[in-house]
Design a protein. Structure first.
Lengths: 214, 214
DNA sequence: CTCCAAATAGGTCGCCCGGCTCATACAGCC
DNA sequence: GGCTGTATGAGCCGGGCGACCTATTTGGAG
């Protein structure tokens, strides 16, 4: 789990696609590696990249997402995301080998949780209580680079990313001495391979530490 | 045009809504001030906030977006965003007073351009050549705070946000002397009301200067 | 043509930041 | 009980950074 979850999204509505891409990419532990707007495009994309999870819409011009799924050998877990909530569609998704079936009316955090669950091998269609099955996956994980940081170091980075840059202000915010602030910073610099506060801000934001638990 | 364009989005598919919200909010010159998932919610939202532009889906539980639009007195320009491209829907949108009609297959930059055009009073439904009508609105504008900065100052901030923090490296990147780098920085500090490079990085990213023309 | 803003460059000074080393207390873990 | 990692705190030192001031050139606006 030290690597971000690599996701491919397929949806013929570009607006939805772009939106989802941006929303998921904003999460530190999920990375959208490719997108497709048609079934054929999805098929060719999957020849090149091996994602950890696939998000696919059913309706797409040319070839349905389900058809592509069916033809995959050794497929990654796939979540079907569609507007249609009818059981008929659900059954077709199951038949094609999907591990989850989500409405486009699903809140984003729920989708993110489903992606994490799917990446963990959970077959969401099998469980009867979806809520509790997703519970362990609700919160965003730390991005890989942030794992080596201690809690206190992450706090410090969050403050830095919030525009608090002076040693004395940081010390006051964290109720510690200036010396300790500088010690934490030195430790951060070493772990992240950087050398000053400006770079620390860049990393803090890149690692998603600026918005505690989005 | 010094303020960001305030937008309200209504769509019953939460996933699409969240995605759009995040995608549009990422643009420096557009700000999503509220969202709604039902027609009634949209109506009540519009009683509280006066957005510059409304993005609305047609199908929504309870009350259609178009119905809400029709009942507004002195309505802000509204763009209808829908999955349906049939002329019938288009005509209904026109009748409700929409200024634009976009498919959910529209690329995100196109939507952003349409929002900017609508904010400028352009009625997109009247023009026959949509492409050229949107052309002036294609590129993201600078966010308000960034307007006071000169081109060179913005370049410097972009480099800073890219992790280049040392005076000598910045000087080399920009083909100028270290002294000039420090002069530009001093000027940036004054304009943005900050006092060091770490804060400059925070502002650069907040203002969207880290990704030249997204 | 005039004037101003922007970009360029230089100087000085004081302070803060970052690098290096060390120390103590506490918690968890085997 | 002993090891390890984390959090806390301290001192020292050199260099870089930010504040303040001045100056030249260039290009565009009026």
């Amino acid at each position: 789990m030290s690597q971000p979850i690599r996701v491919v999204i397929a949806d013929d509505h570009v607006l939805v696609l772009d939106g989802l891409r941006q929303a998921l990419d904003a999460l530190p532990d999920i990375q959208v590696v490719a997108v497709a707007t048609t079934g054929n495009e999805l098929a060719s994309v999957l020849e090149r990249v091996r994602p950890d999870v696939i998000l696919v819409d059913i309706e797409m011009p040319g070839r349905t997402g389900l058809s592509v799924l069916r033809d995959l050998e050794d497929p990654p877990p796939a979540l079907v995301v569609t507007m249609h909530t009818e059981d008929e569609y659900r059954e077709r998704a199951v038949a094609a080998g999907a591990v989850g079936f989500l409405s486009k009316a699903t809140p984003l955090p729920e989708l993110a949780a489903a992606v994490r669950a799917a990446n963990d091998g959970v077959v969401l269609l099998d469980v009867d209580d979806l809520e509790s099955a997703l519970a362990p996956y609700r919160e965003a994980r730390l991005s890989p680079g942030a794992e080596s940081l201690t809690a206190r170091e992450r706090e410090l980075l969050a403050l830095l990313a919030g525009g608090i840059s002076g040693t004395d202000e940081l010390a006051e915010e964290m109720f510690i001495s200036q010396k300790t602030v500088k010690n934490h910073l030195a430790s951060i610099y070493e772990k992240l391979g950087i050398s000053d506060r400006a770079q620390a801000v860049v990393e803090a934001i890149r690692l998603g530490l600026d918005r505690p638990q989005s």
